[in-house]
Design a protein around this ligand. Structure first.
Ligand code: ATP
Ligand code: MG
Length: 427
């Protein structure tokens, strides 16, 4: 007797990427790799699981991520406190310190893959999502800060994206933030009645983050709060202007958003976001900035660093809206056959076709010609190669072109040893 079990489902906010859309991911990943290589960035892969402490220290205790979004658990086998990475930077920096990458020369590195945050799922916001993470380690800027932004501008062009705008700000240095912080806390105390519960809790521990609020009732208060930008000293301003000059050189438009503070604690000087109105409420496609303080905070010899992360789901959503994409076929050639001998011959010929770079599916199982042709058509192949008894005797395949104009010859016979040549000339 067969027992029936209840169907299992994926976790809320965690999506399966099926074959009909995965080609878009692969195409994007390939484009991204080439784009990054053209600026000298090399791939780095760090574990998905890290010690929880890495993120609580590296991201900051009083942040959305660490306070309420991390997937953390105790490893029941040894009691270790572990967390699924909610972002890449902390792990990338940990690895760079651990393997002494930062001692010889600067490094331009990137990673791509899943990250995990326990958020309320909605369009553009998932619990497992994917980031392209790019870090320039060991370079003080402002040249490299600008280069990262110029680089991103190039990616949008490569992908054919429009309507994506750049906002930048400077968070200055620790002393400047301290002076601003005092003024800001005073201001928040004066407006305590307007602050929501979260803001009241954060106003002393992380007052800057209070300004990052999405609460509509607090917008006006946040808009009129003392601006960190007004507390910047000469050096920080020069750094900021150094970035702006280079963006002007490159013809890249930007707006200064003095309220842009970014979700993570470790940023200083340059911060930026690329935003679009085409994705509804979750319009930030990319966020980044300088984080000179993080490397010593994680136990490394002090070194400057700057980077950004792109949300891949949001980027793909935009690509789908704005660029022409042609769906990818399963294969170029579909091989149809009848009889055991024909199947074996088909699989030999298929290997030869793969040798010349064709993507080939050999029909599996035994079914009638008619249903095999249906499969061939559905696969998106541009040609079907047919092998039956006659074809085996004459060592000639029947070739049927599936995507030609009506008036072109749809069918021809091709000797086995000519097959690769004939098929490749028509791709
Ligand atoms: P938000 O303000 O939207 O929560 P964030 O500041 O938390 O963004 P970052 O930590 O800077 O986001 O992550 C970089 C990018 O990753 C974002 O700009 C966005 O494109 C993407 N991203 C962040 N959270 C999610 C999520 N839950 N689902 C999908 N993409 C996300
Ligand atoms: Mg967030």
């Amino acid at each position: 007797m067969t027992q029936s079990f209840q169907k299992l489902r994926a976790l809320t906010g965690m999506k399966d990427i099926l074959p009909d859309t995965s080609w878009q991911w692969e195409q994007l990943e390939e484009t991204v790799r080439q784009w990054l290589a053209s600026y000298g960035y090399r791939n780095m892969r760090t574990p998905v699981l890290e010690h929880t402490q890495l993120f609580s220290r590296g991201i900051g205790e009083v942040t959305d991520i660490v306070e309420k979004e991390m997937y953390s658990f105790t490893d029941s086998l040894n009691g270790d406190l572990l967390t699924m990475r909610p972002e890449f930077t902390a792990g990338m920096v940990r690895a760079s310190i651990e393997h002494n990458l930062l001692y010889d020369r600067p490094h331009r590195v990137y990673a791509m893959g899943p990250v995990f945050r326990h958020e309320r799922p909605q369009r553009g916001r998932y619990r497992q999502f994917h980031q392209i993470d790019v870090e320039a380690l060991g370079l003080p800027g402002p040249d490299v800060d600008a280069e990262l932004i110029i680089m991103l501008n190039r990616l949008w062009k490569i992908l054919g994206l429009k309507d994506i705008r750049l906002e930048i700000n400077s968070l200055g240095q620790a002393e400047e933030r301290a002076a601003h912080r005092e003024a800001l806390i005073r201001y928040l105390e004066e407006h305590k009645s307007i602050l929501d519960e979260e803001a009241q809790r954060r106003m002393y521990s992380n007052p800057l983050r209070v300004l990052d609020t999405k609460n509509p009732a607090m917008q006006e208060m946040a808009n009129n709060a003392p601006k960190l930008f007004d507390y910047l000293g000469e050096e920080s301003l020069a750094h900021y202007q150094g970035v702006c000059k280079r963006l002007d050189d490159a013809g890249i438009a930007y707006t200064l958003n003095p309220r842009l503070v970014r979700g993570l604690d470790y940023y200083n000087l340059t911060v930026f976001e690329w935003i679009t109105d085409r994705l509804g409420a979750q319009g930030t496609v990319c966020g980044g900035g300088r984080y000179d303080g993080l490397i010593p905070l994680l136990g490394g010899k002090p070194a400057p660093a700057v980077g950004f992360a792109i949300g891949m789901e949001r980027l793909l959503d935009l690509c789908e809206q704005e660029a022409n994409q042609t769906e990818q076929s399963e294969c170029d050639v579909y091989m149809v056959h009848q009889g055991d001998d024909a199947q074996r011959q088909a699989s030999l010929l298929a290997e030869q076709l793969r040798d010349v770079g064709l993507r080939v599916i050999v029909h599996a199982g035994s079914s009638g010609f008619k249903s095999q042709f249906k499969r061939a058509d559905a696969s998106g192949a541009y040609v079907a190669v047919i092998l039956g008894e006659n074809e085996l005797t004459t060592r000639t395949a029947s070739v049927k072109w599936l995507r030609l104009e009506e008036d072109e010859a749809q069918q021809q016979s091709v000797a086995f040893d000519q097959l690769a040549t004939v098929l490749t000339t028509k791709v």
